[in-house]
Design a protein. Structure first.
Length: 144
C-alpha cells in the first residue's frame, strides 16, 4: 500500500470509527440515562501489547473489557475506563461505593463487562451497516 492509499484508508477508517463510537456512546448514554462525553477517538495502528505505551498516563489503573471482532473485518476491541469513572459508573448504576477498582466484586466486574458489550455491539453494528459487511464480536473472556 503506497502512502496516498494508506492516508486515504486511515482517513476513511477514522470516519468509520467516529460513526461507530457515536453509536456506542449513544447506547451508553441511554443505558445510564445521562449525558456521556468522550474524547474524539484517536486512530493509530499499533501492536495490542503497546497500547499502554501510547497513553497519557500509562501507569494509571483502568478497568478494561476486551473482545475480538470477527467476520469480514477482524480486529481487537478494547474498552478502557479510568478508575474514577469506574467508581462513578458503579455508584450510579448499582449504588455501590467502590474504594479500590482492583477489588471489584463479581456484580461490579460483570457490569463493566456488560458496558463493554453494549459499546462493542453498537460499534460493530454501526460499522457493519455502514460498510454493508458481516461482522460480530466474540464473547468476552471471563477473567479476573
Amino acid at each position: 500500500m503506497n502512502e496516498d492509499n494508506l492516508e486515504f484508508f486511515m482517513s476513511a477508517f477514522q470516519e468509520i470509527t467516529n460513526i461507530g463510537m457515536g453509536n456506542a456512546v449513544s447506547s451508553l448514554s441511554m443505558m445510564l440515562n445521562k449525558k456521556v462525553d468522550i474524547s474524539v477517538p484517536n486512530l493509530e495502528v499499533i501492536k495490542l501489547s503497546d497500547i499502554f505505551l501510547n497513553m497519557e498516563e500509562p501507569d494509571e489503573i483502568y478497568a478494561c473489557s476486551y473482545v475480538k471482532m470477527e467476520g469480514e473485518l477482524e480486529s481487537s476491541l478494547v474498552f478502557l475506563i479510568e478508575k474514577d469513572s469506574v467508581k462513578r459508573l458503579i455508584k450510579e448504576s448499582v449504588g455501590l461505593e467502590i474504594k479500590n477498582i482492583t477489588e471489584l466484586d463479581e456484580m461490579s466486574s460483570s457490569m463493566i463487562g456488560e458496558l463493554g458489550n453494549i459499546m462493542f455491539g453498537s460499534y460493530t453494528s454501526a460499522i457493519s451497516q455502514f460498510l454493508k459487511i458481516n461482522i460480530q464480536i466474540t464473547p468476552p473472556p471471563s477473567c479476573c
